[in-house]
Write a new protein. Sequence first.
Length: 296
Amino acid sequence: MGRHLEELSRSFHYESSIGVDPVAFVHRFSADPKAAEIMGIYASTIAVGNVLSIRRNLEELLRVMGGDPRGFVEGFPRRRWRTQLGAWKHRWIRAEQMGFLAVRLGEVYENYPGGLEEVFLDDQEGALTPDYFPSGLDALSRALRWGSTDLRHTFYEPPPGYLHLFPSPRGPGSAPVCKRLSLFARWMVRTGAPDLGLWKRVPPSILHVPLDTHVYWISYHIGLTRRKTRTWRTVEEITAALRRWDPVDPVRFDFALAHTGISGDCPKKPLLSVCGKCALRPDCDLWVRRAPRRAG
Ligand code: SF4
């Protein structure tokens, strides 16, 4: 398994895939870590659905921000958050929610001069326990919801649907996968392509996989998990499996797995024309169980 993941990672065309991924928007601001963090939060928050639609709506969002996400947040007229982004929308995500995010980011940067990395590290004890990553995501979730990890700001109440954009792995009931914040953390922490490595105090070994439907589909069929639902437990299980191959940087396989699905290079049924080139074919139950009948 590890050998095949390595092969997928080694042969993957990072350059062309980065160009169509939301992370490309974050790279535009890599010389200014605060601007990159802000762009990263916006880009990861709307990273749902079709990549072309995500890119189009991110481009439009950036245009409305005047091409300057840092200046947009720092100069944001908080009392007028409902009207600042016009009629912008992406699927169910509305302009007023993205305007309110600017309010919260302004409060977060006032409360945490070290930015979102400082928030992530707010509750950490220092030791790399299994709780390190969910604890950091929970701190990010609280800060983006309330402006601080331990204060509830009641002056500006969030619009409907806003709180659901930033779930915590410590949420009630069956904890959600928290794909957006895990993706944002991957962008900020990892140094290898396509990530930016802007956060210097968080080790990549603690990252968990940002589990979208593509990564889940392939992970399930190559045996990284046997769970039938996508929950935080599934995230932990897949991450633990990846960690066996690379304990220092377990999520370095994530981008290649996600884009294999996004690009259509992993069909719902095994096809020789597609699967024949797939490095994961020897581990894939779809191929192993069904291909002999279809290979011809
Ligand atoms: S063998 Fe085919 S179905 Fe299996 S992971 Fe590879 S591309 Fe996807």
